[in-house]
Design a binder for this molecule. Structure first.
Ligand SMILES: Cc1cc2nc3c(=O)[nH]c(=O)nc-3n(C[C@H](O)[C@H](O)[C@H](O)COP(=O)(O)O)c2cc1C
Length: 329
């Protein structure tokens, strides 16, 4: 399948693995890229820009296919050294950067001068247009159902994707709730040129996370995610657990008085404990509603091949039937 996204990034299939904190290591990115998608290393999971440079070099040893780096811009009192991160990406010869959070205008000149393609992940049409205006090459349109930060507008992909298609001139991929060939074909029908998946890629053999995390995703249904930190306008979709329910109770009790310090125990520093140690009740961790569609732990190649096979069947059999085309036996 050829789309504007496969052509732009030089990949075989229009499937991207979104940056994920304490998941997007070299092992994850290389496995997705080797499967013909675009794997992405998460810059902020690396403690220093030097560590990021090493992770990029490690990924390059594991795949000769293109892969990218996610740079997330978070509100922070002590912001990461973004110029040094960008330098590590450029010197590492990375050709694709996924940005997220605040708009990436401050890093655009350096990335563009280095010939890097930038795909900005955002949750609204207005932010997508802003990304287009500042020179991003593509957008990842992240609907309300997504794992992680869905923004504050709460527009699901069934509306958000066609809205983006109506307004954008640059290509975009559908992000949030994507799991299988049905997701891919539906997203293409709504104007996207591919899909971006987070939660689905965590439940794969190569994802470098504790088995408990994969088991929790397989066990979860579409009813098991919660939105936390809404009162702080930093909404995150996470998998429910006792720590998350405690956090929500604090939000209900404190109302508009809630401060980040009140919930620090449930959110700060919990990712390594969950992703690496498998302490599933350590705190809140991002997970999409799409968990309800995830029932197995395949290899990345099995997953990507299955998505492409299902998409082909849907297009050439199920959809073709509606037009009266003869269906292959
Ligand atoms: C555990 C986890 C961690 C994530 N961490 C980040 C991150 O650090 N930066 C980022 O831009 N997106 C992050 N995301 C969002 C994903 O890149 C992707 O946009 C999202 O998962 C898509 O929704 P889905 O989970 O329904 O596929 C994270 C998602 C998950 C599930």
């Amino acid at each position: 399948m050829k789309t504007a996204i496969t052509e732009m990034f030089g990949i075989e299939h229009p499937i991207i693995q979104g940056g994920m904190h304490f998941v997007g290591f070299a092992e994850m990115a290389a496995a997705v890229s080797n499967a013909g998608g675009l794997g992405i290393i998460t810059a902020l999971t690396q403690r220093t820009p030097e560590d990021l440079a090493n992770e990029i070099a490690k990924c390059r040893d594991m795949t000769d296919k293109p892969f990218g780096v996610n740079i997330t811009f978070l509100p922070s009192l002590t912001p990461p050294d973004y110029p040094a991160i960008v330098k590590a990406v450029i010197e590492g010869g990375v050709k694709v950067v996924e940005t997220a959070g605040r708009n990436p205008s401050e890093v655009m000149p350096a990335l563009k001068d280095a010939g890097i393609k930038v795909i900005h992940k955002c949750t609204s049409v207005r932010h997508s247009l802003k990304a287009q205006n500042i020179g991003c090459d593509a957008v990842s349109v992240d609907g309300f159902e997504c794992g992680g930060h869905p923004g504050e507008d709460d527009v699901p992909n069934m509306i958000l994707l066609p809205r983006a298609a109506d307004e954008l001139e640059i290509p975009f991929v559908a992000s949030g709730g994507q799991a299988d060939g049905r997701s891919l074909v539906a997203s293409l029908a709504m104007g996207a040129d591919g899909i971006n998946m987070g939660t689905r890629f965590i439940a794969t053999k190569e994802a470098p996370v504790h088995e408990n995390v994969k088991a929790a995703i397989v066990a979860a249904s579409e009813l098991d995610t919660r939105l936390v930190m809404r009162p702080l306008r930093n909404t995150e979709r996470v998998l429910t657990n006792p720590a998350v329910e405690r956090l929500l109770e604090k939000e209900r009790m404190l109302g508009a008085d809630l401060k980040f310090e009140d919930i620090i125990e449930e959110v700060a520093g919990v990712y390594p404990r969950i992703m690496m140690d498998g302490e599933m009740e350590a705190g809140a961790w991002s997970c999409g509603m799409v968990a309800g569609l995830i029932h197995d732990v395949p290899t990345c190649k099995e997953l990507v091949d299955r998505i492409m096979r299902e998409a082909d069947e849907i297009i050439n059999q199920r959809l073709a039937r509606f037009q009266g085309a003869p269906v292959p036996a």
